[in-house]
Write a protein that binds this ligand. Structure first.
Ligand code: ADP
Length: 301
């Protein structure tokens, strides 16, 4: 198959591994910088251009679109979908997953366990917002933050009020969330491919830090997940419409709580922690599912 990998840098671990897996399985992989891909939007003749040339159609596209280029990146992906290429994850699903609040709303509709979460616009509503999520300590999050940046733990009601007021004053979109203390600075990353959790790792925050992101110094280790955790991760990916997802779960007294569903999960941490060939499994998923023009939305909506 001819597979395009939308990535800004072919030396990144995940991109390199995906190229390797394509080559090993006999496919032809091309890395395209999404910001150098462009298009003319004309009736009934979708094409993607790249550095002055029109690209020949691809069988499949693997989007690795960074959070900072979601808008442009999903527009390019949508164009590939219109050419009939099978997207590993569809543009619509990626857009959904990039908005933490929208994702939690979609998951809540289907009864997935979540930390209690509040969203408000007016500073006069801060008091009730704090009450709604059970008071301090609580977590305040920028809706479009990644890698733990823009995630704040407010230990007291006073601290919570001033941080929320400050963010509101800056017109930043934030949500306020119940702090799951019993998670102990750890979360579980479940890597879903198709309808299975193919690998899982525990991420533990540094002492004195509650964010377990590997980018914040967290450490990864192998973990055996429970059947409810497995079922929750698969359900969350399905609701989001993602074929491949990194579902982040907190272990709470009331069972697994989904924090986030990531549409471009990094492969380095999880492949090293588990010793599994996740890139190979992703390409295998494409082999089994890629049919020309068989995307759910074909670039619609
Ligand atoms: P990002 O998308 O920036 O990684 P997350 O929402 O995943 O943001 O939060 C970063 C980390 O902070 C999580 O991996 C988790 O360890 C911790 N965390 C986030 N929300 C909560 C919460 N409600 N209770 C306890 N810990 C949390």
């Amino acid at each position: 198959m001819k597979i395009a990998i939308l990535s800004r840098n072919k030396n990144l671990y995940s991109t390199r591994r995906l190229i390797e897996a394509c080559t090993q399985r006999g496919h032809d992989a091309v890395v395209l910088d999404v910001l150098r891909s462009y298009m003319e939007v004309v009736p009934s003749k979708p094409e993607v251009h790249f550095k002055g040339n029109t690209l020949e159609p691809f069988d499949a596209v693997i989007p690795r679109i960074g959070a900072s280029v979601t808008f442009y990146g999903t527009a390019v992906l949508r164009q590939f979908e219109m050419t009939g290429a099978f997207p590993l994850n569809e543009s619509v699903a990626i857009s959904r997953s990039r908005d933490k609040l929208r994702s939690l709303q979609l998951l809540s509709r289907k009864g997935v366990g979540l930390p209690s979460t509040g969203f408000a616009h007016h500073p006069d509503d801060i008091d009730d917002l704090i009450k709604m999520v059970g008071g301090a300590p609580l977590v305040i999050k920028l809706l479009e933050g990644t890698q733990g940046i823009g995630v704040v733990l407010a230990e007291t009601k006073k601290a919570a009020e001033s941080v929320i007021e400050a963010f509101m004053g800056l017109k930043a979109n934030i949500m306020v969330q119940e702090y799951i203390k019993e998670a102990g600075g750890a979360d579980i990353r479940c890597l879903v491919v198709g309808d299975k959790v193919v690998a899982a790792m525990k991420r533990q925050a540094l002492p004195g830090e509650f964010r377990s992101n590997l980018h914040r110094g967290g450490s990864a280790s192998l973990i055996k997940i429970t059947p409810p955790e497995r079922a929750t991760a698969v359900k969350a990916a399905k609701i989001m419409g993602l074929n491949v997802a990194g579902v982040d779960i907190l272990r709470s007294e009331r069972g697994p709580l989904v924090m986030e569903v990531n549409s471009s999960p990094g492969l380095e941490g999880i492949e090293i922690a588990t010793g599994k060939d996740i890139a190979g499994m992703i390409i295998e998923h494409i082999e089994k599912n890629a049919k020309h023009n068989r995307t759910k939305t074909k670039g619609k909506g």
